[in-house]
Design a binder for this molecule. Sequence first.
Ligand SMILES: [Zn+2]
Length: 544
Amino acid sequence: MVCRSTNRGAATAKTNGGIKMKAWLYYRLSRDEDAEMNSLQNQRQILVDYAEQHGYEISGESFDDNVSGMTFERKGLHQIELAVEDGKVDVLLVKDLSRLGRHRTRTALFIDYLRENNVKVYSVTEGIDSSNENDDMIIGFKQLVNDFYAKDIGKKVRTGIRQKQKTGMTVNLPMGYYKDRNTGEVLVDETAAAIVREIFEKFFAGYGLSTIAKDFNRRGIKSPEYFSHRKVGAQRTQMCKKFLWVQTTVKRIIQNEAYTGTLVNHKTVTSKIYKTVDVIPPEEQYRHENFMPAIIDKETFEQAQILLESRLKNHARAKFGSVIHRYCGMIKCAECGASLIAKKRTVAGHSWVEYTCNSNHRYGNEYCTAHTIREPQLDEIIHTELAMLRQEILDSSQKYDEIVKDWNKKKPKYDKMIKEYSQKIVTLNGQIEELIMERIGDREHAKVYNSMIEKREAEIAELTKKIEECRKFDELSKKRRDELMSTAELLDEVLLEPYISDANMRLLVRKINVHENEDGSLDVSLEFNGDFKDTSTGCFEIND
Ligand SMILES: [Zn+2]
């Protein structure tokens, strides 16, 4: 890219009001457009020609290369500002308005800034003059088109490339955020953010959604509705006092990924004709990572989703004011199938939570035995079992590792086998053809031929399967080993903490069965979620 001198006098010095107008040239090449059509050289030439034809004095020029129109952090634009402040610019020349920016409001703000400094913008190929009031509409319209264009590009590159632009969308910010009026930057509203954090903390501490909501109402904590209306105008806050917290308000906050800083757009499509709302699959939504500062870290957010899902599934809804106990809804009596219910016990100043068979609790010893187990005992069992599970996983991943190594050694042998099997299939197919021919000439013995053909067909099927197995074997071994390794890593992280969090525990353990033996001792068996399930079900004996 060659750019010649930045200060070039106009060839035909036409004057405007006796004084030559000072023109600044600006051109931009975006990384997401056709470089041929809009090359910097090409854009520059158009502007120089225009300036010469209209008798402007070119006072300077600046450009941005490979920069998206959505960002306004551009060296070239900054140079314009400096030149404007130095009084070097009367008119800014651009090939088309999209050179200036593809972000409608930001571009409009920039044009406004130039206007305030008595600088006009000429869009050379579009014939738009920013000083002409009538062109305002065209500018607005063009900006709208540019806006859509940029979004369209965003759609094309959304897979693989993380979109970097932080600006460019008008969004309804969730409670906890506000937009700086001057810079457009999304910032944290600390008062509201503290409420959001408290919700997550309370939720992890075991409080139910409606308990949190009721507690907030009792304490007079402002609801998200209050915060959204506050943005509109202070006078409305009086009216908004009536907005209260409900269970869904709390749930929506826990589920809102925006709190991790990731903005997800285009989640639904509303049809104005049919008045329907369609949910867009996650892969077609626009994700903008680090769109705003995080209030909740990603890990906490993900754990909250698991915990939320698990609580909803287990219907573990606590009564108002009560805490949901750690193993609530997932611990069952092996004898009668009832859930074990939590009770808080205090003996001599020492208190703990224990779980008892609900049938025993309700109908007494005649119906089912107590099956009483204390929470710390369960914690210990799970911790021990997870540690054992981790070791087993490591051992078996080593086994797969050896299989992969072994495979590499044996590969030539397997290749040879595949070749042999393939040749055999060719031979068998030839034989089948011959048998079919013979069958035609010897109809009397058709049955014999048929069985001979069938036998060969079965052989071919068998060989084809063997070939497949040979080919897939190493692939599957590698995959399984990687899966196991990542599982072991996850367990490492979980076990690093002295106390396994509720969310992690529910992530790993699906169900706990408690069986009471004749002598009153308990057997506890754990069922693990997902990947863990085929690896182990532990059995423990407790003598209490
Ligand atoms: Zn029972």
